[in-house]
Design a protein around this ligand. Structure first.
Ligand code: FE2
Length: 188
């Protein structure tokens, strides 16, 4: 979702939004269907966020920040770990004990990513770039994120391709990633 502001404000607002979704999920009754719907929503938001960061944030970090290559490589490894956890979550029903365990592991991993970016990466980027560069990156990231619909379920559009893209369940991570990164324009 677009929030406005420079790249750091935009991505920090994404982090806050995902945190709120985790809180909302945890507030639902254990085993409820709503937990699955919120897990799908978290999946879509995290994948969109990751792709936007990979397309615009990390190249800028590599270019402008001292030691940026190493920093960017670490963040990309963290994204791969988060996606591995999201994929493991895709097929779990909320009535399965592993669902809540998987959510807890995912939340820990996402919070580590958030802390790392907000406390280490963003301040270094802010020091290294002019306000104009940071603002332009914010615009690019907003445009990248707009390429994907935000709500997987239950209000997903019922016309192709969004209905197939956003149908919950197995393959959601790959479908969203392909769609947002422009690798696939038609969802088979
Ligand atoms: Fe992030």
């Amino acid at each position: 979702m677009g929030h406005g502001g420079n790249v750091i404000a935009e991505l920090t607002a994404d982090h806050d939004e995902v945190n709120k979704l985790f809180d909302e999920l945890m507030a639902q009754p254990v085993g409820s269907k709503r937990r699955r719907e919120l897990a799908d929503r978290i999946t879509v938001e995290l994948v969109r966020h990751s792709v936007a960061e990979e397309q615009y944030l990390y190249p800028a970090v590599r270019e402008h920040v001292e030691g940026g290559r190493t920093l960017a490589d670490k963040e990309i490894r963290d994204h791969a770990e988060v996606e591995r956890l999201l994929k493991a979550l895709e097929s779990l029903e909320p009535t399965d004990d592993r669902f809540d365990q998987q959510i807890a592991t995912l939340k820990t991993s996402v919070q580590a990513h958030v802390q790392d970016e907000e406390n280490r990466l963003f301040p270094q980027l802010a020091d290294a770039c002019s306000p104009a560069v940071l603002a332009e990156l914010g615009d690019k990231i907003r445009r990248a994120k707009k390429l994907a619909p935000t709500r997987p379920h239950p209000s997903a559009p019922d016309t192709p391709p969004a209905n197939k893209l956003l149908a919950p369940g197995v393959g959601l991570v790959d479908r969203v990633r392909d769609y947002v990164s422009g690798r696939r324009h038609h969802i088979a």
